[in-house]
Design a protein around this ligand. Sequence first.
Ligand code: NCD
Ligand code: ZN
Ligand code: ZN
Length: 429
Amino acid sequence: MKILIKGAKIVNFDGIIEGNLFIRNSRIAKIGEVSEEPDKIIDAKGKFVLPGLIDMHTHLRTPGREDEEDLWSGSKAAAKGGFTTIFCMPNTRPALDNQGQVNWLLEEAGKIGIIEILPVGAITKGREGKELSEFGMLKKAGCLCLSDDGNPLEDSSLLRRALEYAKMYDLLIISHCEDKNLSASGSLREHLISSKYGMEGIPWASESIAVFRDIELARYLDTKIHIAHVSTKRSLQIIKKAKEEGVKVSCETAPHYFTLTIEDLEKSHFHPNFKVNPPLGNREDLEAIREGLKEGVIDCIATDHAPHSQGEKELPFEEAPPGVVGLELAFSLSYTYLVKAQILDLKDLVKLMSYNPANILGLKDKGYIKEGAWADLIIVDLSRSWQVLPHKLFSKSKNTPFIGHTLEGIVEFTICKGKVVYTEKGKNG
Ligand code: NCD
Ligand code: ZN
Ligand code: ZN
């Protein structure tokens, strides 16, 4: 299949050019004038072509909770949101903690073939934090990174060994930073608001204590570490300092941490769709996250797409599971609240959602639009807006705090390895 994308503004993290883009089979064959006859022409005048987005942090609930999401619905949601590569977290039942599980997942993902699904293996068997999984086998099966996400690794000596083995096998450890003794059974940030309603709160220090320990071990062992879903000002101060001192730490945040605060949670009357882990912070945290994105202290925007069933999200706030869906909203939320709000420019967004994740995970020929790279591309119209309506979401779960919100920027086409895998209704090129 040969596709000609005509007259688009082509955005990379380091520049924007206007021109034609020619795709042959699964790769970008040429940028500029082409004489070859295409099979399909997409007129992209006035639109922007971006590298396909890469999500380092998705929960696809497969195996075990396919009622909430499965590889098919997750892939459709990802493609609609502009993601061409997603990493799925291993907090499934059973956990992705061995070669057999990972082989199975990759086989199933291959049968769907909409976007690329890559596995995150579990650091410990059953994610129980007791015994390391077989890193060599997980690497062999195709894992590039490992995480016990959902749980922190409480045993520092086990994390030390995990980091050492990970270095040996060139695997990235992605750390869910939380001091479980401090967060206990809290379900929102400890704050005037939690006291006012007599709810058990989670102190902000619960995250940064864990961030500090993890960074200290990475420093001691001279290894890489990646901090998942950073949500507090203090964590960012620690990460920034460590980076300046040469520690190989990278980190991500998720859109809800630069768009919402605990005040929005109160305004929602404590709707479980505003319950996430780590919990929503205060205004200072939100501002610090925005600043961290601007300064480059935060390397990526990941979704932490965490689908939960309607039944479970209808439980009382304290009992409902934490997590929000994000694949279909992340780009527009980021565009609306960061680019339109003039905190970042479009090139920065491409860096945070595509170029940096590709680099951090060592994905070859992804995250940058150039001749010879995989034709993983999205075409977006930034002059249009859309309303978040639950029945329009492709994800099986609808647990988002943004229902009813109007967001700017629409993904019109998603192309993965040269194949158009999503087209906005009514668009045919
Ligand atoms: C995640 C989930 O539901 O799997 N929930 C969340 O609120 N972030 C777990 C996690 O990312 O820690
Ligand atoms: Zn987590
Ligand atoms: Zn997660």
